[in-house]
Design a protein around this ligand. Structure first.
Ligand code: ATP
Ligand code: MG
Length: 428
């Protein structure tokens, strides 16, 4: 069961809202129904958020983000459509039940912190529990714990004014964590913060999420923030969903020109990971095979390098056709001794941006190995470059001179010559 499900949600402000919904559901743009004197803030929005997911809603100012999130926690009734939280249709709930559900299942973190200026940090963090009637000692204990989680230990007795913006936002986050709801809604929660502090907060949110497994719906108008945080991103345009997908899907397969334009300036090397650009390791060589068999395999696949892996795909190293050919000529029977064990290994989750230096240093494709040392893919240098092009897809060729660019991208411009002997052409 999804944690949150929005089904054909509409929010139209104004007297003639029902008529507006009718026209909008026929596909009219909100500007086309001006004569009704309504504001269509959210139009036919549907999505499901899985438990433990970070779902980001992204869109320009006025695209309907805040209106949408207020419907998700029942603060605003939808004009049409429904919101389900853990399978319960919240629009159908009586007021009191809705309030209980909000207290127990959903907390909200706002852009402007929404802290009580005369209460201490501890009391602010404990506020959600206070509303729920949790006894003072217990709520303070839980608030203390949450403040510890966000790095505010020792600040419990200060008042918000004595804290920096970033710290105040941590109090807001601690309040949500103290309430210990499964779902946290965050509306532009980091938008008022300085870039560096904002990045810190993003990192911390990702860490907390990994530890606590909360379901987070995060609103932002910042695409880079969306890409960094979101397991999936919902792009809103003028109240409607333009696209829902992972950052990679949105970058590599934008649903329309609007999304494509929107994503033009995104630093793709930070979004794409090794696993998204790697290629299948073909062929692989069994360490038990002799040079002759290895040579045959490589020739059949027209490669000049090949990775050597155990049956369970644990990586041993790499062999080169030259060396193998020589071994066959001189009657060497064993592959051992021909295998170069010292190959550059990267984790599947490594950002592409962090692959360039290793790629430039290595005469071989990068070996992508998982936590169990198993080879899951390979990344020839040209593949890295192909990943940078906007809208790049798998069948696109790397631009000419790609290797030079990769080498140039490496700090200190190291090791150009080593890689220039064509030894990695074999993976193409
Ligand atoms: N209570 C209201 N009454 C009338 N119109 C409203 C109301 N709340 C929002 N709107 C309108 O709905 C549209 C969407 O507003 P909303 O606040 O949801 O956008 P947003 O994406 O959150 O924008 P921002 O990034 O500026 O916060 C806007 O045109 C806004 O003026
Ligand atoms: Mg808003």
């Amino acid at each position: 069961m999804p944690a949150v499900r929005a089904s054909n949600l509409y929010k139209v402000f104004g007297k003639r809202a029902p008529k507006a919904v009718e026209l909008l559901s026929d596909g009219r743009h909100r500007d086309e129904i001006r004569e009704l004197d309504v504001t269509a803030a959210v139009i036919d929005v549907s999505f499901e958020v899985e438990p433990g997911e970070i779902f980001v809603v992204m869109g320009l100012s006025g695209s309907g983000k805040s209106t949408l999130i207020r419907m998700l926690n029942g603060l605003l009734p939808p004009t049409a459509g429904s919101v389900e939280v853990d399978g319960t249709n919240i629009s159908a709930l009586p007021k009191r039940a809705l309030r209980t559900l909000r207290g127990e299942k959903i907390s909200m973190v706002f852009q402007h912190f929404a802290l009580f200026p005369h209460r201490t940090v501890l009391e602010n963090a404990a506020y959600g529990l206070e509303v729920r009637g949790v006894p003072r000692a217990e709520r303070h204990e839980r608030a203390r714990h949450a403040l510890g989680l966000v790095g505010l230990e020792g600040w419990e007795d200060k008042v918000p004014q004595q804290l920096s913006g970033g710290m105040q936002q941590r109090v807001g986050l601690a309040r949500a964590l103290t309430a210990d709801t499964d779902i946290i809604l965050m509306d532009e929660a980091f938008s008022a913060l300085d870039p560096l502090i904002r990045r810190d907060m993003q990192t911390q949110l990702l860490q907390l999420q990994a530890e606590l497994g909360k379901t987070i719906i995060f609103i932002t108008h910042d695409l880079n923030e969306a890409m960094r945080l979101g397991d999936r991103i919902c792009v809103l345009r003028d109240g409607r969903v333009a696209q829902i997908g992972t950052a990679e899907e949105i970058l590599s397969q934008p649903a329309n020109d609007y999304v494509a334009q929107f994503t033009e300036d995104v630093d793709r090397t930070r979004v794409f990971t090794a696993s998204s650009v790697m290629e299948p390791p073909i062929p692989v060589i069994d360490p038990g095979h002799g040079p002759r068999a290895a040579l045959r395999t490589m020739r059949e696949n027209q490669t000049v390098t090949a990775f050597v892996v155990h049956r369970d795909r644990r990586l041993v190293g790499v062999v080169r056709e030259e060396a193998i050919g020589e071994a066959v000529r001189t009657g060497v029977k064993d592959l051992e001794g021909l295998v170069v064990a010292d190959v550059e290994r990267v984790h599947p989750d490594t950002a592409v941006a962090d692959l360039f230096q290793q790629a430039a240093l290595s005469p071989y494709p990068l070996a992508v190995v998982d936590d169990d040392e198993r080879l899951v893919g390979v990344i020839p240098r040209v593949t890295l470059l192909a990943a940078l092009a906007p809208g790049a897809s798998e069948d696109e060729q790397a631009p000419e001179g790609a290797d030079d660019l990769v080498a140039a991208a490496a700090p200190n411009g190291a090791a150009r010559s080593e890689g220039a002997d064509g030894s990695e052409g074999g993976q193409r």
